[in-house]
Design a protein. Sequence first.
Length: 202
Amino acid sequence: MTTSIELKKQEFELSQRQATALSSSNIVPTAFQNNPGNCLIALEMAERMNLSPMLVMQNLDIIHGKPSFSSKFLIARVNNCGLFSPLRFKFEGTPNTPHWGCRAVSTDLKTGEEITGPLVTLQMAKSEGWYDKKGSKWQTMPELMLQYRAGAFFARLYAPETTMGLMTSEEMRDIEAQKKPSLNEVFQNPPQSDVVDISEMQ
């Protein structure tokens, strides 16, 4: 008689073989190529989400060693979860002013109640440090970024199971850009000294 431990061992070994096969493919995203470990984690997430492993890998970004989903993937997940009507986005305020903002709105399919997500504004993006970071898409695509962030907030608030507790790729990039260097990084790359060697001036 096969025990539950033996079954789990067999399932893990099967997953390992699948992960190895996926990692050898050159059509999976770069973060998964020649990396069976990352593929194994993606397989486990795909099983929990009842999705195709390839779909999960295509939308899972590894940013500084941390997994995150793209905003458009989370919006699609909410739209297909069966609980709400497809997300729509309502803008408020005058475009390109601090109080210009966006909300994700939907309808609860069971009760018919309108569900309104949190308001995301350009002022919020500036206050949180998202807007002014180097290479920020908030400066070049503010309308799209407002919708992405509003959709992510809606998913996290009303359908957290679709996010698996992960932040979006866009949020991760905004946060990483704000981080100060660690002590190890400072010691490895010390700033240039402003002290002048007087002996060199003589």
